[in-house]
Design a protein around this ligand. Structure first.
Ligand SMILES: [Zn+2]
Length: 102
């Protein structure tokens, strides 16, 4: 997907079309306290998941299933920042192989 660095579009705060700065939205967040690393650490120390069989996990890691690696594109969303009032809005998420800001 190609996108210009500056785009003229509607700003809900100014209630008119203004110039917007385009950037890629950052994703991601904080990891939970019982994520893979800490669960593995707990298992080594004798804690972690207790139970029968595969202890509530899938028999095969979910990332290595039949459809692993099939998707060639990623979901990207853009942050549009109004040049007049500095308010930013996130545009609709779309799938694309590569994001290019020109
Ligand atoms: Zn504005």
């Amino acid at each position: 997907m190609k996108s210009p660095k500056i785009k003229k579009t509607y700003c809900p705060k100014c209630k008119k079309h203004t110039e917007h700065k385009v950037a890629q939205a950052k994703t991601g967040g904080k990891r939970g306290s019982l994520k893979k690393g800490s669960i593995q650490r707990l298992e080594k120390r004798g804690g972690g998941r207790a139970g029968i069989g595969n202890k509530g996990k899938y028999s095969r890691p979910s990332g290595l299933g039949k459809r692993y690696g099939r998707k060639a594109s990623k979901k990207t969303s853009l942050v549009l920042t109004c040049k007049e009032c500095k308010k930013s809005t996130i545009s609709a998420t779309k799938r694309s192989k590569k994001l290019e800001l020109q």
